[in-house]
Write a protein that binds this ligand. Structure first.
Ligand code: TRP
Length: 469
């Protein structure tokens, strides 16, 4: 049945960098800090780290294993077992679409800030917050940058797996890492930075609710690129001789390291400048330029480099999101790569436009109480990814054969996976129950309940019509 030789990663490092490139992105540098800020700091971080290590890492191992075992992208992987499960893959493709409804918009902001670094943004530090607000609500400016970002993304995906994605990741991830270390060092040595460290490391559990747990779980899935088949697809391109669990561990550690570094870069400076930790999505675009503004002339160059690196981190992630949709069209709908990429991209132009405008001129247009940007964001991050991860865990634990998983994770018995039984118990029993519990208590505590119920409705409808998908 296999006629075409499946594309493969060019090298071991290539896969690791691409998977880490998918994981490390706006989720770490833009989203993690503002989620931490909105959810009270240290307590959120502790809950987040717990979910990353216990749930996220296990689900990543599972996604890699399913992808490589079946040699299929998300939908094909589920479908190859039974078309009762096709909906789980389709849910992932839908999540990819929805995340791409807002992700390239924020990517566009990052591109814009490369140029803004040179055009007077840093000269008036007091105005940096207002500049951001004015920029993202404008009906034209952010849209131009969004289209530029999406165009770069489309080009990389159109060039295929080894050529585009791999090269971009290899060069620019290390740059980002080094830059973040430099910014964090500067931030932590500003006068008054201590309050920021306290915010990060002195947990206050008094404000923790079910919604905090759901936010932390959703952030863990989002940041690690889990719950929508992205890592299934990447795993399907992975060589049979690679060690899946050690790759998963490395990706998880890198991703978490970058998120924590971003926190160390932002919060000390934020407190030093006397700003609000709960300032929301503008955090990185407001605090980081302020740090650079305080550096004088050299700050301009650093700021530009930072936003170049952020753009690239965002690109290596959005490329992986688009790849899930494209791989579905290729593997399950029989399309050629190029038309699949252009079709996907054209639809994403529309969703991105709606998202960007929903922050400004279209802010009055809401559905279930939220605008387009929040609709795509909340629906994926607060419900689809976690449920997608839960379904994958159930699929692994209760549908696939334990021997097959063990065979896949030990490369047919040639390498060791000492924690296999622990992993298997987590996947089979602990994760399904834990995710269900967090989802229910989170939905009860959250303000956008009707949106959540709508999301669950979509999942139920997909499941009912799974055989037709
Ligand atoms: N993890 C990426 C980030 O943090 C975003 C991302 C890429 C993603 N692929 C994904 C999120 C798949 C969920 C699922 O920016």
């Amino acid at each position: 049945m296999e006629t075409k030789q499946r594309e493969n990663w060019g090298s071991r490092l290539g896969f690791l960098m691409a998977a880490a490139g998918s994981a490390v992105g706006l989720g770490n540098i833009w989203r993690f800090p503002y989620m931490t800020g909105e959810n009270g700091g240290g307590a959120f971080i502790i809950i987040y780290l717990f979910f990353v290590l216990v749930v996220g890492l296990s689900v990543m191992v599972a996604e890699f294993a399913v992808g490589r075992r079946t040699q299929q992208s998300a939908v094909g992987a589920y479908k190859s077992v039974s078309n009762k499960w096709t909906f789980a893959g389709v849910l992932g493709v839908l999540s990819g679409f929805f995340i791409m409804g807002f992700y390239p918009v924020v990517g566009g902001w990052a591109v814009a800030y490369i140029f803004k670094s040179f055009t007077g943004l840093l000269a008036a530090p007091d105005a940096i917050g207002d500049v951001f607000g004015g920029f993202i609500t404008s009906p034209t400016q952010p849209i131009i940058w969004f289209l530029i970002f999406l165009a770069m993304n489309t080009l990389i995906v159109a060039k295929g797996i080894a050529g585009g994605i791999e090269k971009a990741g290899k060069v620019l991830m290390p740059t980002l890492f080094v830059l973040l270390i430099l910014i964090a060092m500067r931030s932590m040595t500003l006068p008054g930075a201590g309050a920021g460290l306290e915010f990060l490391f002195k947990p206050d559990f008094s404000k923790v609710t079910g919604a905090t747990f759901l936010a932390a779980l959703g952030q863990a899935f989002f940041s690690l690129s889990l719950g929508m088949g992205c890592m299934i697809t990447y795993g399907s391109y992975l060589n049979k001789s690679e060690n899946l669990h050690s790759n998963a561990l490395m990706v998880t550690l890198m991703d978490t390291g970058v998120a924590l570094l971003a926190g160390l870069a932002i919060f000390p400076a934020l407190f030093a400048f006397g700003m609000e930790p709960a300032a929301g999505p503008g955090l990185v675009f407001v605090v980081v330029p302020q740090i650079f503004a305080a550096m004088g002339g050299a700050g301009t160059v650093f700021s530009a480099i930072f936003f170049v690196a952020l753009t690239v981190a965002a690109l290596t992630s959005s490329v992986s999101l688009m790849e899930v949709v494209v791989a579905y069209l290729i593997d399950s709908r029989g399309m050629e790569r190029k038309p699949a990429v252009y079709l996907t991209s054209a639809i994403m132009v529309v969703t991105g436009l709606l998202s960007s405008l929903s922050l400004g001129v279209m802010s009055g247009v809401t559905f279930l109480g939220v605008g387009a940007f929040d609709f795509f964001d909340i629906l994926t991050d607060k419900i689809f990814l976690a449920i997608g991860g839960m379904i994958l865990a159930i699929f692994c634990g209760w549908v696939l054969k334990k021997e097959d998983l063990e065979d896949e994770l030990t490369n047919g018995g040639t390498i060791k996976f000492g924690l296999f039984n622990v992993w298997y118990a987590l996947i089979k029993y602990v994760i399904p129950v834990a995710v269900a519990f967090v989802a229910v208590s989170g939905i009860m505590a959250i303000t956008q309940q009707s949106l959540m119920i709508f999301g669950i409705g979509i999942i139920v409808v997909l499941a009912l019509f799974s055989k037709k998908l």
